[in-house]
Ligand binder design. Structure first.
Ligand code: BGC
Length: 830
């Protein structure tokens, strides 16, 4: 049957019902009038919840691949394609139509709890990796849902915060990766984020989801809400949303029916929303069930982990030959392989690094040194002391015997995860305490680190080497051992800057605040664009990573010294391919950049080569330089290759707010071939003929050029950059409180609401206690944050009306001190 035939066969009621999911994961099948499909999380493995599996950590076993933050460090589009292909196979075996991934939000701050699900701080890298993921998965006819579109850059109040972003930052930084993926891979669906963008919830934001996404970029798929994000459903459908997830227990279809009866929405608008849902269902419903090869997938997970780990320091301590070593740190035993929340995979981890190294002939003595993450609260001071003493004693012995110490440490599930943010960049206190003691004995220490995000490394100078495994998936132990011994040569490079501390972050003035309006004051100066432009030192640069071999760069050739960039806006469509954004399939005017790369060491290895374009000096907002192409090259020892990267007008663009188009300002630019952001190996100047661009930002926005009264990017200048009046950020007061406010906001002004919130939170904590989890458990944190910070209506949606609509409405009346209305609602409401 065609989309039209199905649409015609459905009653209005069925069409309305089709726009809301069934249960947690299915589409509606109108009693067999159309097929249904299942969607499940991703993104770095399949999280399919079978019958009766409702707990967030409960799902069928599947392969746990490295997380997005980890695989991004590989900078390898082919590897990410392999990973997506394996996940697609497992989806086909499990009869899943759409994998809810990949996550691709820009990292505005390294402290966002969910950064492990995202690729990078750079739009080109994030967009290129996402394009590869979507392409590979859809080639196997499994749907994708790139998320969370858009500006979902903090977990604090993630369902109610308002991301206030100026047009240039929106276009060049936050929307750009999605634009790259949409234009190049046409994801079958996109997941609209929880938050508001510039005053409007994304699901209701016509400018973002229709004018830009559909009309400008040509998105053809279905737009799905994040789970519980489609508040005020009729407005969402009118704005361009297609499907609200999950099943709201009849609440959302009921809202739509009423809106239709009131004439607020037409049948055409409902049909338009339905068409996309039917298209997607028809596309993925008839897939052949296959048998996935889990052994092969495990090997792929290992290969990705090996190619994504980043060697951050090495004074020659690595690689290690089979010998006697001391291993300290509980994370060597329980290696952290993934993050917590909706992406949590029911993994079957391979052997840990201790077992793997033993297998390779190492003689190992091991002490955990600090308590396991889930035992932090239940470990007594005395037990901690004993753990530390044993570790220090072993380190002392290592120092005396000149035995290397492998120290395992990093961020844990309690410090970062979906639904909550970090407040600083420190490693967990229980680890830091013992680590500092270990250094007093002056052993040779090699750190192996874990985390979904950068962390402060105050003890950097005390280390002889650092191997950053990130969150490397189920084959972490095997990959780690192969890297430590030099069986595999590290080749990952950081896909985000590693700042020294939270005090250095460009977004520090506003990010992660418990306020509804979050001004993105740093504008386009995200990540390295800030550190590099304003000369703020970082621990490790964007793009940094060492190898056991060395590379020599020579013979740079740029195909022209003048470049006509008049077609900047037209060139936008063509990205993807081996060198990401640098692949310029259809652009009319291209620039070819070639150079020779030689492996001058004794080991085979891969080098991630980065092409930055240094922008001209100017009086408008612009980063010093930007990543414009990249590739990864494998070379045998002594081998050399000519490397070619292509650029087109996109390499020189910025978004011109006046004309609403990307333009390339004329000027002298510099093409830089680099091993990392600041390790430029070769460069050549080029004259670009584009637009004579003048903005005079220097006078208008002085704090965007240097600190004014000690402050960069001040509120006054941001207001003028933003142009429109800033959305109202005042907290609700009795009389203005609505069902779109949160229980926490209600609790701040109403005792009754506070009581209700406490009751709900205590209920969650008590229920979890029965499962052996305390309030610091990440799964509990997500649930508590959700109930506290979500709009009240979203609680109705997520509980499928178990949180009763009439009760919610009565509560709103009570907060507004309309006691009679509250009673009426409780007695007569539905
Ligand atoms: C997350 C999504 C996820 C969905 C379904 C939401 O809370 O933000 O990323 O796909 O739940 O589990």
């Amino acid at each position: 049957m065609t989309v039209n035939e199905i649409l015609k066969s459905l009653t209005l009621k069925e069409k309305i019902r089709l726009l809301n999911g069934v249960g947690g994961w299915y589409t509606f099948d109108a009693a067999g009038k159309l097929p249904k499909i299942m969607m499940t999380d991703g993104p770095h493995g399949l999280r399919k919840q079978g019958a009766g599996q409702v707990d967030i950590n409960d799902s069928i076993p599947s392969t746990c691949f490295p997380t997005a933050s980890c695989v991004a460090n590989s900078w390898d589009l082919d590897l990410i394609k392999e990973m997506a292909g394996e996940i697609a196979d497992q989806a086909l075996q499990e009869e899943v139509g759409i994998v809810l991934g990949c996550g691709m939000n820009i990292k505005r701050s390294p402290m966002c709890g969910r950064n492990f699900e995202y690729f990078s701080e750079d739009p080109l890298l994030a967009g290129s990796l996402a394009t590869a993921y979507v392409d590979a998965m859809q080639k196997k006819n499994v749907g994708t849902s790139i998320k969370h579109f858009a500006c979902n850059n903090q977990e604090t109040r993630r369902q109610s915060s308002d991301s206030i972003v100026d047009e240039r930052a929106l276009r060049e930084i936050y929307l750009r990766p999605f634009e790259i993926a949409v234009r190049n891979a046409q994801p079958s669906t996109i997941m609209a984020s929880y938050n508001k963008i510039n005053g409007k919830y994304t699901c209701q934001n016509k400018k973002i989801i229709k004018d830009i996404l559909r009309d400008e970029w040509g998105f053809k798929g279905a737009l799905i809400s994040d789970w519980g994000a489609a508040v005020d459903f009729p407005t969402c459908i009118k704005a361009g949303l297609n499907l609200a997830m999950p099943d709201s227990g009849g609440y959302q279809p009921g809202q739509l029916e009423k809106a239709f009866k009131r004439g607020e929405i037409t049948e055409e608008e409902i049909n338009r929303a339905c068409e996309k849902v039917i298209e997607v269902v028809l596309r993925f419903a008839n897939n052949q069930k296959i048998k996935a090869d889990y052994n092969k997938a495990h090997l792929t997970a290992k290969k990705i982990a090996e190619n994504s780990a980043v060697l951050l320091k090495n004074d020659g301590a690595l690689p290690l030959k089979p010998q006697k070593i001391i291993i300290l740190g509980q994370m060597a035993e329980d290696m952290r392989i993934q993050g917590g929340g909706s992406s949590h995979i029911n993994a079957t981890p391979g052997p840990n690094v201790i077992e793997c190294l033993k297998h390779k002939g190492f003689e190992i003595e091991y002490e955990p040194a600090y308590p396991a993450d889930d035992k932090v609260e239940s470990t007594s001071d005395q037990e901690r002391k004993a753990l530390a003493e044993k570790a220090v004693a072993l380190a002392k012995k290592a120092a005396e015997e000149n035995t290397p110490v492998l120290l395992f440490c990093g961020l844990t599930n309690r410090t970062e995860g979906e639904g909550f943010d970090r407040h600083d960049m420190a490693l967990p206190a229980e680890q830091l305490k013992v680590i500092n003691k270990i250094f007093t004995v002056k052993a040779k220490v090699i750190a192996v680190t874990f985390g979904g995000s950068p962390f402060a490394l105050p003890f950097y100078d005390d280390l002889n080497a650092i191997l950053h495994m990130a969150l490397a998936g189920e084959a972490c132990g095997e990959a780690c051992a192969a890297l430590l011994t030099g069986e595999v040569n590290p080749s990952g490079k950081l896909s985000e800057s590693f700042p020294f501390s939270e005090k250095d972050l460009p977004s520090r003035a506003t990010w992660g605040k418990e306020e509804s309006a979050i001004e993105y004051r740093e504008s386009i100066f995200t990540g390295y664009r800030y550190y590099d432009t304003f000369k703020v030192p970082v621990r490790f640069d964007f793009g940094f990573g060492l190898s056991y071999t060395s590379f020599e760069y020579s013979k740079l050739k740029v195909s022209a010294s003048d470049f006509d960039a008049a077609d900047a806006n037209e060139a936008l469509g063509n990205v993807g391919g081996k060198s990401g954004y640098g692949d310029t399939a259809n652009a009319t005017n291209k620039l070819t950049v070639t150079f020779t790369l030689k492996n001058t060491g004794k080991l085979a290895g891969s080098e991630v080569v980065q092409l930055y374009v240094k922008n001209p000096q100017c009086d408008y907002l612009r980063a010093n330089k930007e990543l414009r192409a990249f590739t990864k090259v494998f070379l045998q020892a002594g081998e050399e290759k000519e490397v070619t990267l292509e650029l087109d007008a996109k390499a020189f663009i910025l978004f011109d707010v006046e004309s609403g188009k990307y333009i390339a300002p004329s000027g002298t630019y510099e093409i830089q071939i680099a091993a990392s952001l600041s390790d430029v190996k070769l460069s050549e100047k080029i004259t670009v003929k584009g637009m004579d661009y003048k903005a005079n930002d220097k006078e208008r926005l002085p704090s965007y050029f240097e600190a004014v009264d000690g402050e960069m990017f001040n509120h006054k200048d941001f207001a003028s950059l933003y142009k429109e009046p800033l959305p109202d950020d005042s907290a609700p007061v009795p009389g203005t409180f609505t069902i779109y406010n949160s229980l926490a906001e209600g609790a701040a002004i109403s005792k009754v609401c506070k009581k209700q919130l406490d009751k709900i939170v205590n209920g969650i904590i008590e229920d979890n206690k029965k499962m052996g989890r305390n309030e610091n458990d990440p799964a509990v944190k997500i649930a508590v944050c959700g109930m506290t910070e979500n709009p009240i209506e979203s609680i109705i949606l997520l509980t499928a009306c178990k949180f009763k609509p009439k009760f919610a409405r009565a509560l709103v009346h009570l907060v507004n001190r309309r006691f009679l209305a509250a009673c009426r609602e409780l007695i007569f409401g539905r």
